[in-house]
Write a protein that binds this ligand. Sequence first.
Ligand SMILES: Cc1ncc(COP(=O)(O)O)c(C=O)c1O
Length: 263
Amino acid sequence: MTVAVSGARRTPVRVAAVQPPSFAGAEEHRNAAQACAYVARQLGVPCRVFMYDTAPPPKSDGVRRLGGTVIGMPRDELIEWMTTEQWRHEPEAFIHGFADPDVIAGHGGIGLELLEDVPNLERVVVPVGGGGLISGIASALKGMRPEVEVVGVQSDGYPLWQLASEAGGAVAPKPDTIADGTTAPFDPRMFELLKEVVDRWLIVPEPRLRAAIPEIAATAKVVAEGAGALAYAALEQLQPGPTTVAVVSGGNIDPTLLATLLS
Ligand SMILES: Cc1ncc(COP(=O)(O)O)c(C=O)c1O
């Protein structure tokens, strides 16, 4: 959850400062949901989290464990609710999980940490859903070291941004991927931002993604969820040479799926 908290922390802190102590709807199928609940608990304010009703139990239970209230909604309904900004009618301040400028800026901290930890960094590979994570990382990197290449990754089970580029605008594919954390809907603001900050896109076939999870467990001793394993899974598509970091962004995988993939 560290990655998501890096993004989610800034916004509630700002929001709580100007609008105490109601707060905060987040959204979707994402680790941002738990990050929101975590930060709300730290600030001592209540938090409702709007999520897809198909969210894997580790994500929805995680929100509850952190004291947040889960509002589960069918994906299409939640996307409609977000796109038409229905959250404006809710009593709390709303935190958008990937398009909020503070959330994006918070993810910038990961870019700064990368530069500190890997001073000769030449390339960073990042899983992409709505695009907040990569936009924050890329903005920080481009500000400090514009020559670092930023590679965005999606699954072929939900290649949202590739389809959007081909169509030149909004698309609404149906997700068929284990990378549930990257099944955010199209957002026109993010479409424009991603054009600026992503140097290259890679698409990982779903069978490769499924194979990557046990590989990461065996070699790095790290449990990655589908979205979290995307960047690692994409590495085989890149020419070796440049010093490269693949961001493993989350480990909230459904235990049943994990058991299947490991067996
Ligand atoms: C594990 C994981 N990786 C990557 C992402 C992608 O982040 P973004 O939607 O900001 O692109 C998410 C989104 O929540 C996620 O949960």
